[in-house]
Write a protein that binds this ligand. Structure first.
Ligand SMILES: [Zn+2]
Length: 253
């Protein structure tokens, strides 16, 4: 029963994240006006706005102008619902669940905005650092010193990654937004997991970069945003960090 509620809650939050993704880069209010079709501007009826269900009932088309509704909407709602469910399995009905659901929700918004606009909005990452630090005072899963060192290690070690990235791809690929994002990840995950996040995201990012380079030819000029890789690395660290770290040190023994 509670598991079902976690999925429904996740889908509802996902619906709100879609609003943030569309409106934050335009610096519009995320509260008013209510949802409307981006094509014909007609307000969307509440029953058409039910996460996932609305999209399926409408067959992916606007009720009024029949233009296709972006797949982004059901996709984000589905991913957020799945995240909520997995976090609930891991942490149960606890504050820790809420803490990390907030964290993953922020990462989802950051990832999609970075993919669309190549920016990481400060309005998410900077308060995120504060919320992570404050949360660590309340949550048993992470201590405040760990969170604080996580912020410093996450923000500070970016220089190393930026240098590595520049060496691999012969151009600058990181920005100030990435520094603040990594500091936020450090605040929520602590210093060990933020290092793991950097390693995982550099590794995955390099593979994807090399594949794109091979596909597009040598002189490709596509800027690959790094935010999505950092977010993916952070989520893997959150769910599998302890297992990966103990596996690694087990190998070294
Ligand atoms: Zn429409």
């Amino acid at each position: 029963m509670l598991h079902t509620i976690s999925i429904i809650l996740g889908a509802l939050v996902g619906s709100f994240l879609n609003v943030c993704i569309i409106r934050l880069p335009k610096e519009e209010s995320i509260v008013t006006p209510g949802s409307h079709c981006p094509q014909c501007n007609k307000p969307i009826k509440f029953y058409d706005n039910i996460p996932l269900v609305g999209y399926l009932v409408l067959g992916g088309k606007c009720r009024y102008c029949n233009k296709p509704i972006s797949l982004q909407y059901p996709l984000i709602e589905g991913i957020t619902a799945l995240s909520s469910f997995l976090l609930f399995i891991r942490f149960g009905a606890t504050l820790t669940y809420l803490f990390y659901f907030l964290f993953i929700s922020a990462l989802i918004v950051i990832t999609v905005i970075d993919l669309y606009h190549q920016i990481i909005p400060d309005v998410i990452s900077i308060p995120g650092i504060g919320i992570g630090l404050l949360g660590s005072l309340v949550i048993h899963y992470i201590t405040f010193p760990n969170s604080l060192i996580g912020v410093l290690v996450g923000g500070g070690s970016l220089f190393l990654v930026a240098t590595l990235y520049q060496w691999l791809f012969k151009r600058e690929g990181m920005g100030g937004g990435d520094v603040k994002l990594l500091a936020m990840i450090g605040a929520f995950l602590g210093w060990k997991s933020v290092i793991l996040t950097i390693l995982l995201s550099s590794f995955i990012g390099s593979i994807v970069g090399i594949v794109i380079m091979l596909l597009k030819g040598k002189d490709f000029k596509y800027a690959i945003p790094f935010g999505p890789f950092l977010s993916l690395g952070a989520v893997i660290s959150l769910f599998y960090g302890e297992a990966l770290i103990s596996w690694y040190f087990g190998l070294r023994r």
